[in-house]
Design a protein around this ligand. Structure first.
Ligand SMILES: [Fe+2]
Length: 250
């Protein structure tokens, strides 16, 4: 299914879900029963499917930060496996794969460890690839820049705090900029392939930007020097995409 079709379907389905929720409440259904999605999940055209999308650039496009071999192995082997495995889990656990993956992640405690690890892995990487570009502006603008400055005092202070979240994540995991349930920007990190969408996560919200700090993301070029990888990664952040994504959550 093409992306635009998928987005239209998601918006239409979300509208139907809203109608269903309203009908349920009118008919006397409880709020708990009617609200299928947790509060921190925001319906948006940036919904994620279960199939791996094509990489939006060549494996060598981000050489200034990430080497070609790392990109190829990371996309084809690691991320490819998460996508294949989450589809297997969805089939085994009766998940409707025409619905956004976000819905499953929001109630991941009801599913298997296979769904948690691979659903998170697939979602996180789909966002990660789109969050990078060879032509980075190296800084956002518009509403996102204003929100970052008001939340973290300055863009540089935000970068330092986000970098620390990535550097200090023990073992494998992700650093996040996310919107909490009150639509305030927050920074945090999650272990393994967890993310803030998950009901089991200590930090909850809509991921705006995520950084993969698993060793598979940087070890070939940077070995044990995760801080050097993060410092280079800022040069390839796709702020145009992140701004559009952020705006869609407001
Ligand atoms: Fe990864």
């Amino acid at each position: 299914m093409k992306k635009n079709t998928s987005r239209r379907t998601f918006i239409a389905d979300s509208a139907k879900a809203t109608l269903a929720i309203t009908a349920g409440l009118t008919a006397g259904g409880s709020l708990m029963e009617a609200c299928a999605a947790p509060k921190h999940i925001i319906f948006s055209p940036f919904a994620t499917g279960f199939i791996q999308e094509p990489l939006p650039y060549g494996y060598n496009a981000l050489e200034k930060a990430i080497d070609t071999m790392t990109m190829e192995i990371h996309y084809t082997k690691h991320a490819g496996a998460y996508s294949a495995n989450v589809q297997d889990a969805a089939k085994a656990e009766g998940v409707d794969m025409t619905r956004p993956l976000e819905e499953v992640l929001g109630k991941i405690s009801k599913y298997s460890a296979k769904m948690r690890n691979n659903g998170g892995g697939h979602y996180n990487h789909e966002l990660f690839w789109k969050s990078m570009t060879a032509n980075s502006t190296e800084k956002p603008s518009g509403k996102l820049l204003l929100a970052i400055e008001s939340s973290f005092n300055s863009f540089d202070a935000f970068k330092t705090q986000f970098t620390d979240a990535g550097k200090n994540r023990f073992g494998s995991g992700w650093a996040w900029l996310f919107l909490d349930g009150d639509k305030k920007l927050r920074i945090g990190s999650t272990p393994n392939q967890d993310n803030p969408l998950m009901d089991i996560s200590e930090i909850k919200g809509m991921p705006v930007l995520g950084l993969d700090v698993w060793e598979h993301a940087y070890y070939l070029r940077y070995q044990n020097k995760r801080p050097d990888y993060i410092a280079s990664w800022w040069k390839v952040v796709n702020w145009d995409f992140i701004q559009k994504r952020y705006d869609s959550f407001l």
